[in-house]
Design a protein around this ligand. Sequence first.
Ligand SMILES: C[S@@+](CC[C@H](N)C(=O)[O-])C[C@H]1O[C@@H](n2cnc3c(N)ncnc32)[C@H](O)[C@@H]1O
Length: 306
Amino acid sequence: MKIREAFCQAHRDLGNFLEAELLLKSCLGLVRRDIYLNPDRGLTHYELNLLEEAIEKRKAHLPLAYITGKKEFYSLEFRVTSDTFIPRPETEFIVDAVLERLPITDHSAPEGRDLAFGGRSPITVIDLGTGCGNIAITLARHIQNSRIYAVDISKKALEVAKENAIRHRVEDRITFLEGDLFSPWENYYLEGKIDFLVSNPPYVIRREINSLMPEVANYEPRIALDGKEDGLFFYRRIIEEAHLYLKSPAPEQVRCGAGRGYLILELGIDQSSQVKEMVKKTLEFESIEIVKDYSKIERVIIAQRQ
Ligand SMILES: C[S@@+](CC[C@H](N)C(=O)[O-])C[C@H]1O[C@@H](n2cnc3c(N)ncnc32)[C@H](O)[C@@H]1O
């Protein structure tokens, strides 16, 4: 079978042009251009088997990213496995929120960032529930002078995250630890030292998980989705402790350029007002902002420490 025929078959079977192209590329180990420049190149038996298996898996709703083993996030490619949540485009708003709040506009200049939070210390970030490491690694790539602490309760997800950090050459800037939210940081003395505390926590209401698309409900790790009875379990826990870790300099230090830390969380649909209320109630934050995603859904909450 030739590439052009295999492409048509994949397209017919999947009913999706882009997915057919991605599967073909992945199974043949080709880049996009090769497919279109060599449509008459024949597939080996091995390649054909791989493609047919991949098409069957996809028809059984296995997410494309788990078949190809990769997913793009913020223009970087991440390895993903069935142990990791698949990064979503809306989570890129968390990265934007951090980069936009580095006070110096040239984020790539280490000297600029040194000035950013009033001193020569690096920008410090905690990422709770790092998954394949997409948020932590993207931030490390964009903020050279950064020190990032990333935690996940899943040992297997962390293994993938560490691999991704090495692949993107930022492993020296990120400390990955296994554990429950803040608990692994007990011996790191991070209280009051963090510039950005970010998280895309599990936020699906437990009884609604089974009604999600089969790609999500049947294949993505439950532990990455399950926000318990009302979907808000992790927000309560994070918001209760977040202020202890975020920088909260005295007014005179702020006047000299020291920055107050930010809490930045992704939100599920219709969760913004309840989460905003939780943040307000702590009386530890000021200037609470909500950012909408591409579909105009209130997607990210950003609260600055008082
Ligand atoms: C929705 S996924 C987000 C993954 C990744 N940060 C992203 O944005 O694509 C939530 C992650 O939280 C992790 N997680 C769940 N419960 C946790 C807990 N108690 N402590 C730390 N991480 C947890 C899951 O393993 C999963 O990787």
